[in-house]
Design a protein around this ligand. Structure first.
Ligand code: PAF
Length: 282
């Protein structure tokens, strides 16, 4: 695996790939890698791509409460995991490489979709996320990019941004591949934030997904789904939201459409904010 820390090093590595006529599969991450990230890499490898993984903790997508400073940074371990998993390039740039002083970068708008749920609770988060993803896409110019379904609203926003940029002639065709959430046997979705949970908090977090399942069992009665899932949530978890929404628009639903519905949740367990979702029908 080649480690690139600058835009110039990345461009040199990608020029060789281009000459060899290979396609590029890209996995953007903020590091603290776990098997969920590695499953995205495995999928890109199965799809036959030369693989580029980025590790960049993007300051623009953290709010005051979000704790940018405490976000886990484990670049040495990440590099070892990626080498063992057979990644081709690790792009681990500094903030100055991503946001060079004086360079005007695109600022994709999250639009209405970005106002809902995560957008309400984390103002500015999606604008910062789209800015860095767009910048990384410009630098890597991938044929396909891989995202996890746990961050379903993020994946929907990236898809919306790419559709708009392609339609405006600002970007080459690029496939966004959304991969299933990886879970521990308890059902807890793998997340870099889990490592900040104490044993007691982990026990609480492990009750979140079963609560979603308890709600989903009552489909298609939308009111029953939502109230049963809320009732089954552990009392120690502080809910930001738990709703049944359209999987594309994230509008709240009063019935389950043919393309299915997503039961989405964001909850604080201690000082850690966790999100998860479960697709019903579709
Ligand atoms: O999901 C993440 O880890 C981040 O939001 C992403 C897509 C790497 C952008 O910083």
């Amino acid at each position: 695996m080649k480690l690139c820390q600058t835009v110039a090093e990345l461009a040199a590595a990608l020029a060789e790939v281009d000459q060899a006529g290979k396609t590029v599969g890209f996995i953007p991450t903020m590091g603290a890698l776990h098997d969920g990230h590695l499953s995205l890499l495995r999928r890109a490898q199965q799809d036959g791509h030369f693989t580029v993984v980025s590790v960049f903790v993007n300051p623009l997508q953290f709010g005051e409460q979000d704790d940018f400073d405490n976000y886990p940074r484990t670049i040495g371990v990440d590099a070892r995991l990626l080498t063992d998993a057979g990644a081709d390039v690790l792009f681990a740039p500094s903030a100055a490489e991503i946001y060079p002083a004086g360079k005007q970068l695109r600022e994709p708008s999250p639009g209405d979709l970005g106002e809902k749920f995560e957008g309400t609770y984390r103002p500015g988060h999606f604008a910062g996320m789209l800015k860095v993803v767009s910048r990384l896409f410009d630098l890597v110019n991938p044929d396909a990019a891989y995202f996890g379904d746990k961050d379903a609203q993020q994946a929907a926003l990236v898809q919306q941004m790419v559709r708009q940029q392609i339609a405006a002639g600002e970007r080459e065709p690029l496939k966004i591949v959304v991969c299933p959430t990886l879970r521990e046997p308890s059902g807890l979705a793998l997340s870099s934030r889990n490592r900040r949970l104490s044993e007691q908090e982990l026990a609480v977090a492990r009750q979140i997904y079963p609560a979603l399942q308890a709600g989903a069992a009552l489909a298609p009665d939308v009111a029953a789904v939502v109230s049963a899932a809320r009732a089954a949530m552990p009392s120690e978890a502080r809910l930001d939201y738990l709703e049944l929404v359209d999987p594309l628009s994230f509008e709240k639903l009063d019935h389950i459409p043919e393309h299915g519905a997503r039961l989405i949740v964001a909850a604080w367990v201690g000082k850690v904010r966790l999100i998860d979702n479960l697709l019903i029908g579709g």
